[in-house]
Design a protein around this ligand. Sequence first.
Ligand SMILES: NC(=O)C1=CN([C@@H]2O[C@H](COP(=O)(O)OP(=O)(O)OC[C@H]3O[C@@H](n4cnc5c(N)ncnc54)[C@H](OP(=O)(O)O)[C@@H]3O)[C@@H](O)[C@H]2O)C=CC1
Ligand SMILES: Cc1cn([C@H]2C[C@H](O)[C@@H](COP(=O)(O)OP(=O)(O)O[C@H]3O[C@@H](C)C(=O)[C@@H](O)[C@H]3O)O2)c(=O)[nH]c1=O
Length: 299
Amino acid sequence: MAKSPDAPILVFGAGGQLGQEVMAQGSARGLPVQGVKRAEADIGDAAAVTAAIESRKPRLILNAAAFTAVDKAESEPEAAHLANVVGIEILAKAAARFDVPLVHISTDYVFDGSKQGAYVESDPIKPLGVYGATKAEGEARLRAAAPKHIILRTAWVFGPYGANFLKTMLRLAGERDLLRVVADQRGCPTATADIAAAVFAIDQALDAPAADLWGTYHFAGADATTWHAFADAIVEAQTRWSGRRPKVEAITTQDYPTPAKRPQNSELNSGLFAATFGYRAAPLAERIAETLASLRTAA
Ligand SMILES: NC(=O)C1=CN([C@@H]2O[C@H](COP(=O)(O)OP(=O)(O)OC[C@H]3O[C@@H](n4cnc5c(N)ncnc54)[C@H](OP(=O)(O)O)[C@@H]3O)[C@@H](O)[C@H]2O)C=CC1
Ligand SMILES: Cc1cn([C@H]2C[C@H](O)[C@@H](COP(=O)(O)OP(=O)(O)O[C@H]3O[C@@H](C)C(=O)[C@@H](O)[C@H]3O)O2)c(=O)[nH]c1=O
């Protein structure tokens, strides 16, 4: 497919929390970003995927579509497999056929969380649950089908759009005087604004004629923390607007049973991404404050 400099970045899963952020940031930067939501192109539907690519002739495809309900995946493994394995394989084959680079978002939940310290790209994967297992298999299918790919493993995503942990904590803080949150799972909360910026940094880097940057990268928030400390920081920042300060109690994973097992430590080392693409995420406190401010503006 002939590429023009005006060719768009085509986003699958444009209706999700990351998809919406990329669309908004792309427009704000004056970039030609076009999105397709699930109703227009289900990534499990090869004909719809082909039609979306053929009609838009993109220079880059971003896959932000996925089955992301971690607990629900345990009881609905087929649905998770359909989006996270079959869907990405269909998309990868179509991207390869049209010779368009594909950026795909994966997750820290491909790791089992037993490492002391931050995970690097070469660490062995060993998912604990169905969601992580389907994402891991999706990565493998993508590698096999589309040589021109970049897999970005990110983590604990939050932002103003869609559903996420930050918004759940804000809702609970509005309803309760006590929140109980696990303090023995550690990871890197990542703002959708940073992932969008990372995708645009990739787009720019791929513009260089000799760019051979294909592969898997970790890209996550600047600060590692626990769900409990993350919740506490969110509630504290929100106090400024709400005047209320519910208590956030530290509990253990055992105190908060869930259908899916989650990694104890899924801190990601984003050094390779920064060295390759020249972008690092902003400090967590800044990203929390910005997200709360944009939620206030939207309210
Ligand atoms: N959320 C997080 O904390 C993290 C997310 N990720 C990864 O980041 C990516 C983006 O996640 P996020 O934006 O948070 O997820 P969301 O659940 O907010 O968005 C996913 C979007 O994909 C759509 N979708 C689901 N199945 C299909 C399909 N078969 N075809 C087309 N669209 C589909 C959903 O539509 P509908 O709602 O109609 O089903 C939804 O709009 C995913 O790959 C996810 O695995 C990685 C680490 C952490
Ligand atoms: C709502 C809530 C959750 N928790 C715990 C449950 C869990 O261990 C942890 C996080 O809860 P959540 O279910 O919101 O988050 P979870 O769905 O596990 O988030 C994951 O989503 C997928 C898509 C990813 O790829 C991961 O990177 C990660 O972000 O906090 C509490 O302890 N107290 C609470 O009140």
